[in-house]
Design a protein around this ligand. Sequence first.
Ligand code: ATP
Ligand code: MG
Length: 283
Amino acid sequence: MLRIAIQAKGRLNEKTIALLADAGISASVGSRSLIAHAKGFPVDLLLLRDDDIPQAVAMGTADLGIVGLNEVVEKGVDVTRVMDLGFGACRISLAIPREAVYNGLEWFNGKRIATSYPAILSKFLRENNINAEIHTITGSVEIAPAVGMADAIFDIVSSGGTLIQNGLVEVKSVIESQAVLIATPNLSEEKREELDKLSFRFRSIIDSRGMKYVLMNLPKSSLDEALKVLPGMKSPTILHLADPDWLSIHAVIPEAQLWDRIERLKAIGAEDILVLMLENIVK
Ligand code: ATP
Ligand code: MG
């Protein structure tokens, strides 16, 4: 039976549980226990702090893990990166006080930088020939410059709001991160098969996110025009209606293009347009 390490609580917890639930795996987590047995798929969930997930997977304490790529890279452990999961997006960036005069990366020479990601930072500084002092702190990195503990920080940024609140500006993004599925390097044949099933489910869920299923009635005479507007998995589905002058068209459209496509379809006579949620795309 596969054991998956997930964050016990924090920013990744809810979306991880939601992804598992969409994949048909439900577990009664929320209790204080470390392990939860799941229903719907033969897995156990190991509830950990995110910092401990890469190592738990590298050691084989858990077969799989769902954790931010930032933690995986920082810990530098030997795990297989199975797939990106499309949530928990952030970057780790260098930020300096707003009033500082920034002249490029050289600005950091001789400076003290506070971070919870010393490994990623020291590699970056080395590669860029910058000589700075790294101060490793585990929480509230963003207040370090204001209290005189550091001249700059290297920390997680998503919207940038926290930086602004603390009088800092981002000057260099070093790595982009999101939640990833990782696996222990030596999975048994049997567990590998289970992982394939699980990643197949995850893939179909992730692929369907941001996509809409659209149905409409279209005058037959507009079909050629409509085909230019519509994407689709392969191509749109065309069904005949009882009225020989009309067709029913079904297509899968990325959410970002939805309104543009609908306006163009309406302009060529599409009517009765239905937009539906897509739950899974199984390829
Ligand atoms: P734990 O108690 O498990 O150690 P934590 O406090 O270290 O939790 P969280 O703040 O819950 O960590 O963040 C978990 C992960 O969420 C980060 O490592 C990162 O991959 C991702 N993340 C996405 N956006 C942000 C953000 N704005 N701030 C912090 N982390 C973010
Ligand atoms: Mg943590």
